[in-house]
Ligand binder design. Structure first.
Ligand SMILES: Nc1ncnc2c1ncn2[C@@H]1O[C@H](COP(=O)(O)OP(=O)(O)O)[C@@H](O)[C@H]1O
Ligand SMILES: [Mg+2]
Length: 623
């Protein structure tokens, strides 16, 4: 806890020290005030001496004002530094979360991360301000008031002792009952946030299945738990104020009553009785504050722990100390890659081997859950492989800086996600540079999105709401494809990004991709055979293993599973025609290959004879 506080407080040492100084001085002045009360009564009121009343009175007013100003200054610096610390904490936590890989996100729920960054940081700020201010002020006031009381009348200090004792009793009781519950409070808040989030984001599904009642009940349950806890806290903390009033009231009566005997006997003056009552009030205040601090510390501790859990979370995917330079060519290779999701024993991918040259297109097809998206997620290192290697331009991607690797990749996720802003901003998002409108429109055109964007009232300036809710699924997909294309990254990954497009748009988009992204390596996950027919290589994935790899024609000819997929989507005639087509091409390429071979063989022979001739010549020369 102290390490955490120190880490964030050290930047604000000046403000914090000023706060300390101001608080100490205002406490010292406050301790002096009762002595003036005493003087005014003893020297002024009792003696009917206006002079003494005025001079002491003015002194008192002056000191009260000074103490007030100092206290305000203390509060100013305390809240300023605590506020700044909370801002830093939120910033650091946010930055850390940005570095989280998928496995870290698996450990914390989004709701919990949100509560931590907002509520826990605020909790820290509030308790820290209170502890800083009162942690210094209250002990000085408490100790000073006790010392001053003893100085006036040792025989009356037992009244104060009883008062303090009864405050401590109450604080202990509250501490025992309430503090453990305070710790549960935050987890309950997490739960409430999660339920709220889940309901709001899934509202349409909930409505469609008419599950509003069920969700309402779930929400109601957690909400009632919160209510119970809140009522409990209100009640138990509500006890403090009336109890304190009663205790200090009784103390005052005791001082007045017993004090009057000592005044009669001449042991103390009337003024002393008045200042004793003030000291009693100060001691009561000090102990109430100390008990508040005593209860705030566990609260602050919980907040700090929850924030530290994020800040101290070890991120699994990190840059190496010595990274390699980004590659210049962009062929992509999987070498014997196996992968299991963190916290899961079972391998989702096993022995994946493939290679694709720069500028080529590789496609993956297979049933749901066969691991297609998982392969796509391994390329930008959302997860690291469990075994084997992924190489980009001959370099293991784990040897690259993550920021550089991400610069090389334009990734279109299965679920398109847009950000609030306008279309221009969303398309520019993928690029580190500022793109011109022409470049943005070009990307939109390739992605077959310009048609509909053009028709929007504000075209590029059209507002995109959070998550892109104001666009249809297919529109969102096309916008997120445009974003990847605009990035001009040498590797493009499309994870099932064409699924919401109609056949015609899909075909147009592929044709554009083929001509406009010639030098880029494309990795396409698809469900439709038609989407990937033209790919240079197609991987057939089944249960996390590659069961076939080749071109559309090759696979149609000799891969059972691929044929099954194809025949479920294409008519028999189409398949027949495509196989015939393929046979034709094969013979063409065979003759081409044979011709090539013949040329290269004759070249080799020519070279050989040339070498021999040269060798003969040089031998002759030697002779
Ligand atoms: N974050 C995850 N944690 C654990 N298992 C996962 C996770 N994501 C996917 N899986 C599992 O991995 C397998 C492959 O999933 P995925 O790659 O999404 O399949 P596909 O994209 O081919 O439909 C599935 O069995 C799925 O349950
Ligand atoms: Mg998938």
């Amino acid at each position: 806890m102290l390490k955490f506080i120190f880490k964030f407080a050290k930047k604000y040492w000046l403000s914090l020290s000023l706060m300390l100084i101001f608080t100490v001085f205002s406490a010292k002045i406050n301790l002096e005030l009762p002595q003036y009360t005493s003087k005014i009564i003893t020297q002024g009121v009792a003696m009917k001496n206006m002079e003494a009343i005025y001079s002491n009175g003015f002194h008192m007013i002056g000191l009260s004002l000074l103490s007030g100003v100092l206290m305000l200054a203390g509060i100013f610096f305390a809240s300023r530094s605590a506020g700044a610390m909370a801002r830093d904490i939120r910033h650091e936590t946010f930055k850390k979360i940005e570095d989280f890989s998928m496995s870290e996100f698996g450990k914390f729920s989004v709701a919990s991360l949100t509560t931590r960054i907002t509520n826990d940081a605020r909790q820290f700020q509030q308790t820290f301000t209170m502890i800083m201010r009162m942690g210094i002020y209250a002990p000085i006031i408490g100790a000073g008031a006790i010392i001053n009381t003893l100085a006036i009348s040792g025989s009356m200090s037992w009244i104060m002792a009883i008062t303090v004792f009864s405050i401590i009793v109450l604080t202990t009781i509250i501490g025992v009952f309430a503090v453990p519950k305070l710790k549960i409070f935050q987890t309950k808040l997490d739960k409430l946030n999660m339920q709220t989030r889940q309901t709001i984001t899934g509202l349409r599904v909930i409505r469609a299945y008419r599950k509003e009642k069920v969700e309402e009940e779930k929400f109601g349950e957690i909400n009632t738990e919160m209510l119970k806890m809140n009522v409990f806290f209100e009640r138990i903390f509500g006890l403090i104020s009336p109890y304190m009033t009663m205790v200090s009231g009784l103390g005052l009566v005791a001082i007045a009553w017993i004090g009057s005997y000592f005044v009669k006997s001449g042991e103390i003056s009337i003024g002393d009785v008045a200042s004793l009552t003030q000291y009693l009030a100060q001691v009561t205040f000090a102990f109430v504050m100390l008990s508040m601090i005593f209860m705030s510390i566990p609260r602050m501790n919980v907040a700090i722990k929850r924030l530290s859990e994020i800040l101290d979370e070890e991120i699994l995917i990190k840059d190496k100390a010595k990274t390699k330079k980004a590659p210049k060519t962009f062929e992509l290779a999987f070498e014997n890659v196996s992968f299991a999701y963190p916290d899961s024993e079972e391998a989702v991918l096993e022995g994946i081997n493939f290679e694709v040259q720069q500028g080529q297109t590789i496609a993956v097809i297979g049933g749901t859950g066969s691991g297609k998206s998982t392969i796509a997620k391994l390329i930008p290192r959302f997860y690291d492989v469990s075994k084997g290697k992924i190489k980009l331009g001959g370099v293991d991607i784990r040897d690259l800086k993550q920021s550089e690797l991400h610069n090389l990749i334009g990734y279109v996720p299965q679920k398109a996600s847009l950000f609030s802003g306008n279309i221009r901003e969303n398309i520019n998002y993928g690029s580190s540079k500022h793109l011109t409108d022409e470049e943005i429109i070009e990307a939109l055109k390739i992605a077959q999105a310009w048609d509909f964007v053009q028709k929007l009232p504000e075209d590029l300036n059209e507002k995109v709401s959070q998550g892109g809710k104001n666009f249809s699924g297919g529109q969102k997909q096309r916008l997120s494809i445009a974003r990847a294309i605009a990035s001009k990254a040498p590797i493009l990954i499309f994870d099932d990004s064409f699924s919401a497009l109609d056949y015609k748009t899909d075909a147009k988009l592929r044709a554009e991709l083929a001509t406009k992204t010639k030098s880029q390596t494309k990795f396409i996950v698809a469900q439709r055979v038609t989407s990937i027919m033209q790919a240079d290589k197609i991987i057939v994935l089944d249960g996390g293993k590659i069961v076939g790899i080749g071109t559309h024609g090759e696979l149609l000819e000799d891969n059972e599973i691929y044929r099954e997929i194809a025949s479920s989507q294409l008519s028999d005639e189409e398949i027949e025609a495509q196989i015939k087509d393929f046979e034709k091409q094969k013979t063409v390429s065979k003759t081409k290959k044979a011709a090539k071979k013949a040329v290269s063989v004759s070249k080799k022979i020519a070279k050989k004879s040339l070498k021999q001739a040269v060798a003969k010549k040089s031998k002759k020369g030697e002779k």
